[in-house]
Design a protein around this ligand. Structure first.
Ligand SMILES: Cc1ncc(COP(=O)(O)O)c(C=O)c1O
Length: 322
């Protein structure tokens, strides 16, 4: 087997990272949050960073060959990011995705040339991870990025996302708040921020309906991309000072507010992060400097509750959407 003939670095990849940090003003609360606009990455989410780092590393170590297939279990964003990096670099990509992930994600994956295999949502991420392992055991062409365990995931956020936050906030960060899927963002940014200031508070956001870090049983929630019924290994060693639970209803309401009051078209986990970050900032006081992450774009959620018909202020769901 020959190694892939590498092309010069594709231009789209130079658009990854160095995202802006936007101040989010909440005048009624007298508070300003600082939100890392990760939805501005080229494939639309925070996962572009991880996809590029893992594929670059695999190429450098000779793990990707001409006939290799990159296989990953993902809630969609990592898949889209891997499909984008794979398309740009000329690698075949196959994505295992829960059937509960929004249909827009499937379309985007296929548009980028990736193959998509769905698995039942009932077992959560664990089902897809097991499926990927079984496939790799049968087929030596398969390369598994293993985003849930790969230390490069958190390392990349430590060396880049976390440091970018520190740089833009001139090192003055009182708290960092983020939800977890793989835990890479929380663990990696947390490490960078704590290394710069041991007093910074690292706060995990999780759905109130699936508060597994809080020791509760996972139940169904509507904050796509986080808390997949699994406490990820990357999070087990992470420093977490406290946990904020956010209900799906509050996450959806804030995501709509971010669009209508701030002009930010982002996904539901971004709204959930902002709900939790506001709660933390209220506790720390009006001068506090709380950072969080806007993880992905709203366009990824057309078929979900986020875009359901609104009924007055309550944005009641009027269609049988997920
Ligand atoms: C929309 C969304 N938000 C948040 C996250 C959580 O990021 P991480 O995997 O770094 O914990 C993910 C992960 O896939 C995601 O897709």
């Amino acid at each position: 087997m020959s190694s892939v003939a590498l092309r010069p670095s594709p231009p789209v990849l130079s658009l990854i990272g160095r995202t802006p940090l936007v101040p989010l003003h909440f005048p009624a609360d007298g508070l300003t949050l600082f939100a890392k606009a990760e939805f501005l990455n080229p494939s639309g989410s925070i996962k572009d960073r991880l996809a590029l780092t893992i594929v670059d590393d695999a190429e450098a170590r000779g793990l990707l060959r001409a006939d290799s297939i990159i296989v990953e279990c993902t809630s969609g964003n990592t898949g889209i990011a891997l499909a984008m990096v794979g398309a740009a670099k000329g690698h075949r990509v196959k994505i295992l995705m829960s059937e509960s992930a929004s249909v827009e994600r499937r379309h985007l994956l296929r548009q980028l040339g990736a193959e998509v295999e769905l698995f039942a949502a009932t077992g959560g991420y664990a089902t897809g991870i097991e499926l990927a392992r079984e496939m790799a055991a049968r087929d030596p062409r398969i390369f598994l990025p293993c985003q849930f365990e790969n230390p490069l995931n958190a390392l990349d956020h430590e060396q880049h996302t976390g440091r970018e936050i520190l740089e833009r906030m001139h090192g003055r960060v009182d708290a960092f708040v983020a939800g977890y899927g793989t835990g890479g963002t929380l663990a990696g940014c947390g490490r960078a921020l704590v290394a710069a200031n041991p007093d910074v508070k690292i706060i995990a956001m999780e759905p109130a309906e699936a508060a597994m870090l809080s020791g509760e049983c996972p139940c169904c929630h509507f904050i796509e991309g986080i808390a997949g019924g699994y406490v990820p290994p990357l999070l087990r060693e992470a420093q977490i000072d406290s946990i904020v639970k956010v209900s799906s209803a509050d996450a959806l309401a804030m995501t709509r507010r971010l669009a209508r009051e701030h002009g930010l078209l982002v996904g539901t986990s971004s709204g959930a992060n902002v709900v939790a970050a506001l709660q933390v900032a209220r506790e720390l006081g009006p001068e506090s400097r709380v950072a969080t992450v806007l993880c992905d774009r709203a366009e990824r959620y057309y078929s979900t509750r986020l875009f359901a018909e609104c009924d007055g202020d309550g944005c009641e769901v009027t269609a049988p959407l997920r």
